[in-house]
Ligand binder design. Structure first.
Ligand SMILES: [Zn+2]
Length: 420
């Protein structure tokens, strides 16, 4: 028999005695509880004075506030997303894989026990990472992953910026498509190859060399082909779209989520709200990049696009809240260091969301967007025993979540900073 995987879920009975528990759905602290778990799943949320089974391992988190493990609906755990060079070409496949191990650990240690990973330049490295986490060989969050980007040639998911006569290997251009038929073929290969969802690049991207965020790239027919083909495999489609036309094509095509939405105005936001499409928003990456991009030697054109989309992004976000759009917490982490993945919660609050709204965006709403509301996002029986323990009251100050004291995933302590 081989040795058990070091980072597998805890296959035993646990009793986690906690201080205040945050009921995310109710939006309030419900007092101390004992969370009973078996085989990595929650069995019951009992009173602190209720009995604990004799065979249970007791974890004492009294004095800390406990909330469900957090979820990022827009991560990039593989490799380095943004560099002074052309992304995708500055690291080898082996380096991408090792960097992803580091990134996955940093993410879960920051309290993010699930992520929806929305694309890698080098196809399928994310699938390998997800599988290594799933079997317990690597420490990291539960992952849904996209396998690659479905993108127009020279679009936001292509590798752009090299000299015109450089030829790239196939795995760096796996998702480049030129017709609805090609979309179907690539979507099928991605999903049969192990991807969980499909990520389409619907408009230009801020970080892609020369990309124009306002410009629609994939056609509505291509997006429709992706949604239709993915549906055959029970998979959702996330569409990167900064501007109105790209977002409205995504909504009409039946996308599960629009990503970024930084330039959206009234009609597109209403369309998103009316369709019940999720809007995955990332703010802190832009704030971090405006502070650090110049010292990181990012191109001036990228810095200009960042400033412009951050400016319009705030108004779009505030209006989306007013219209009742189902906003989920995205980060684009990889653009900034993965250990800072929780810092965007405070960005959501500064741009007008309530603290509980921001926490829901990163728990219940994120789980719903992923189709994972039966397993993560709340501390309810049957869900994974994924939780974060923080000091203080996150409803009064979401920044308490930036420094989790203890993180538990699947009933196993991932990090415990109490003794340090
Ligand atoms: Zn992204």
């Amino acid at each position: 028999m081989t040795n058990p995987a070091p980072f597998a879920d805890a296959l035993r009975r646990l009793a986690i005695r906690s201080g205040n528990v945050l009921d995310v759905e109710a939006g309030r602290l419900v007092g101390p509880r004992t969370l009973l778990a078996v085989d990595g799943r929650i069995e019951a949320l009992a009173g602190l004075d209720d009995g604990v089974p004799d065979d249970a391992l007791v974890i004492d988190l009294t004095g800390l506030t406990v909330l469900p493990g957090l979820i990022d609906t827009h991560s990039h755990l593989v490799g380095e997303v943004q560099t002074a060079g052309v992304p995708g070409t500055t690291t080898s496949a082996a380096e991408d894989a090792f960097l992803s191990v580091r990134n996955a650990r940093a993410t879960v240690e920051a309290g993010f026990t699930s992520v929806r990973d929305v694309g890698t330049f080098r196809a399928f490295v994310d699938v390998a990472l997800r599988d290594a986490i799933r079997t317990g060989e690597v420490e990291g969050p539960r992952m849904q992953c996209a396998g690659a980007f479905i993108t127009a040639p020279w679009g936001g998911g292509d590798v752009v910026g090299l000299a015109h006569d450089i030829r790239l290997p196939d795995d760096l251009r796996f998702g480049v498509v030129t017709s609805p038929a090609e979309v179907r073929e690539r979507v099928r290969r991605l999903l049969i190859g192990g991807a969980d969802l499909i990520k389409c690049i619907g408009t230009g991207a801020v970080l892609t060399r020369g990309g124009v965020p306002a410009a629609p790239e994939l056609s509505e027919d291509e997006l429709r082909a992706a949604v239709d083909e993915a549906a055959s495999y029970g998979a959702f489609v996330a569409v990167h779209a900064h501007s109105n036309e790209g977002a409205q094509r995504a909504v009409r095509a039946g996308a599960r989520s629009v990503e970024h939405g930084s330039m959206l105005t009234e009609a597109a936001l209403r369309a998103i709200a009316d369709a019940g499409t999720f809007l995955s928003v990332d703010i802190y990456d832009g704030e971090w990049a405006l502070d650090h991009g110049v010292e990181e030697r990012w191109p001036a054109d990228t810095m200009r696009k960042l400033a412009e989309t951050m400016e319009t992004g705030e108004a779009a976000f505030r209006r989306a809240i007013e219209l009742g759009v189902r906003i989920t917490y995205g980060t684009d982490s990889g653009v900034y260091p993965h250990e800072l993945v929780a810092n965007g919660l405070d960005s959501f609050v500064r741009w007008g969301m309530t603290p509980v709204g921001a926490i829901r965006a990163a728990t219940t709403e994120a789980a719903a967007c992923m189709g994972w509301d039966d397993r993560v996002g709340t501390l309810a029986p049957g869900r994974f025993a994924d939780l974060v323990a923080v000091q203080g009251d996150p409803l009064a100050d979401v920044r308490t979540i930036e420094s989790p004291v203890v993180v538990v995933k699947g009933g196993r302590i991932v990090v415990d900073r109490r003794a340090i």
